[in-house]
Design a protein around this ligand. Structure first.
Ligand SMILES: NC(=O)C1=CN([C@@H]2O[C@H](COP(=O)(O)OP(=O)(O)OC[C@H]3O[C@@H](n4cnc5c(N)ncnc54)[C@H](OP(=O)(O)O)[C@@H]3O)[C@@H](O)[C@H]2O)C=CC1
Ligand SMILES: O=C(O)CCCC(=O)O
Length: 485
């Protein structure tokens, strides 16, 4: 299909280095395709290690003036970038839907969500405070905060816009420069953001986008180059672990936002309609492809049958379709590989005894569409209990007691988001404190915003993004001792 943009210059296909659009040294490209149709939308320039190293040098040079600017000046530039993103929401959303597949309404929501990080950190960047510590009379002990240095970022395809601004905004607000490797599936949204950064007046070299068909090559340079002081990553746990190991040799700071296995715990005393609504929104957001999507629905035995009935009735109302189809409530998954991984998880569960209440197979729409699926007769011995599904598949497990629910929720190496539905105040506290997760939604699953500290514990990662805590991840703490006063 032909993409109609109000501003066609937002569709960029070259790398963005030091404020300029350039090809990779070898002149190589890689294709980006539309998961709804399989059609190739664009050929994008691919960079390698040499270009990455040069970008790091340029980013380091650019930072020296940027970090000395008045915070209000940095803030003004980030505000302009925010304004331009909002003005161009329709085009940015169309580009996202084309390369990622999510329905246009969801893509617009993500563009606004992504922009909110720029606005937030434009403000927070003005509030980077230090301390004066109690000291003997002849000395002063002072703590100052400084930008951590050149930041490298690697981002996934599921949020092609917001995962970038969530990293770039605090880095720039703190006075750092940043180079970003977007996922090969969704580089166009990243490049459109780069075009707007240039128009907003972000100085050359401070925000760079390095698309590549060889993520290990660019990632290898990012993690081994001594001028890079921090790596921030959102993606799978195995790649996160690999990158942490690669960063160890140069002792880089890291922020890792990795996989999840979110439980939605629904107690007998829950508001059933609220629980069904929350579980649906969380499970099928972005066709199940977020790290905080409900991955395991844990429902207490007294309410289980009613829950499944209402949940299934609602899922049967979904309309799968092309993201540009205004009636589509849910789009495709991102790739044929994702589709076959999801189907393998479902078929494996069925072989182990799961019952398919809805869906259970690729959709007749073809390409990367998978039917919204519900599985019952599942238990904690099955492999689906421990896997991150990353697709529109809801296994509904049964539990008896509060203790059992907490134990089931914690029986995973992951610890990102979790959700609890109950009307009992004591239980809200006991469960929220008893489950090992970085985020707990109580009677609510729409928990994300720029204001909150997003992040996980255990193998779901380290560090927090967004909120006042998110800025700390881009700052070093320096102690200055003044003696002989
Ligand atoms: N926490 C989250 O939000 C996400 C979790 N996932 C989980 O991971 C599964 C697989 O998805 P996938 O896209 O393969 O996730 P990956 O972790 O492989 O990809 C995430 C990012 O890491 C990059 N990457 C991959 N390998 C390397 C490497 N060796 N060095 C440097 N960068 C690298 C990717 O680049 P490129 O794509 O160009 O190879 C992409 O930009 C999903 O099914 C889901 O379970 C996936 C995405 C996001
Ligand atoms: O899946 C992710 O990695 C991003 C989480 C989306 C959100 O911020 O809610």
């Amino acid at each position: 299909m032909k993409l109609q943009l109000n501003d066609s210059s937002l569709l960029q296909t070259q790398a963005f280095i030091n404020g300029e659009w350039v090809n990779g040294d070898a002149g190589e490209t890689f294709p980006v395709s539309n998961p709804a149709t399989g059609e190739v939308i664009a050929e994008v320039a691919s960079v390698g290690a040499e270009e990455t190293a040069r970008t790091i040098d340029l980013a380091e040079a650019a930072m020296s003036a940027w970090k000395k600017l008045a915070p209000a000046e940095r803030s003004g530039i980030l505000e302009r970038w925010y304004d331009l993103i909002i003005e161009n929401t329709d085009d940015l959303a169309a580009i996202m839907t084309l390369e990622q597949g999510k329905p246009l309404f969801e893509a617009k929501g993500e563009v606004m969500y992504g922009a909110s990080y720029l606005k937030w950190f434009a403000e927070e960047g003005k509030r980077i405070y230090g301390d004066v510590l109690p000291s003997p009379g002849d000395r002063r002990s002072i703590v100052i905060k400084q930008p951590v240095g050149v930041v490298a970022a690697i981002t996934p395809w599921n949020f092609p816009n917001a995962m970038i601004t969530r990293k770039a905004a605090p880095a720039l607000a703190a006075g750092c420069s940043i180079l970003l490797k977007p996922a090969a599936e969704t580089p166009l949204s990243a490049l459109a953001l780069a075009e707007l950064s240039k128009r907003a007046g972000v100085p050359a070299g401070l925000f760079n986008v390095l698309p590549t068909k060889s993520s290990s090559t660019v990632g290898g340079e990012m993690t081994s180059n001594t001028k890079v002081k921090k790596l921030t990553f959102t993606g799978s746990t195995p790649i996160g672990k690999l990158l942490i190991k690669q960063c160890a040799d140069t002792v880089k700071r890291t922020s890792m936002e990795l996989g999840g296995n979110a439980p939605v715990i629904v107690f007998d005393d829950a508001d059933l309609d609220l629980a069904v609504k929350g579980a649906l929104a969380s499970k099928y957001r972005n066709s199940g492809q977020t790290c905080i999507c409900a991955n395991r629905l844990l429902v207490q035995e007294g309410i289980y049958d009613q829950f499944v009935e209402k949940f299934a009735a609602a899922v049967k109302e979904f309309k799968l379709g092309h993201g540009f189809d205004e009636e589509a409530t849910h789009g495709p998954v991102v790739s044929k590989k994702a589709l076959s991984d999801i189907d393998a998880i479902v078929q494996n569960a069925v072989e182990q005894g799961a019952n398919v209440v809805a869906g259970g197979k690729p959709s007749e729409l073809g390409n990367c569409f998978y039917e919204p699926t519900i599985l019952t007769d599942v238990n904690d011995k099955m492999s689906i209990f421990g896997e991150e599904i990353f697709g529109p598949v809801a296994p509904v497990f049964k539990f008896s007691t509060e203790e059992e629910a907490i134990a089931m929720a914690n029986d995973t190496e992951f610890g990102l988001a979790s959700y609890v539905f109950t009307q009992n105040l004591g239980r809200i506290w006991r469960v929220s404190e008893g489950i090992e997760y970085g985020m707990v939604g109580v009677n609510e699953t729409a928990i994300s915003s720029e204001v909150i500290p997003f992040g996980g514990v255990k193998e779901s990662g380290q560090g927090r993004e967004g909120s006042k805590y998110g800025l700390e991840d881009y700052l070093e703490t320096k102690y200055i001792c003044m003696g002989g006063l």
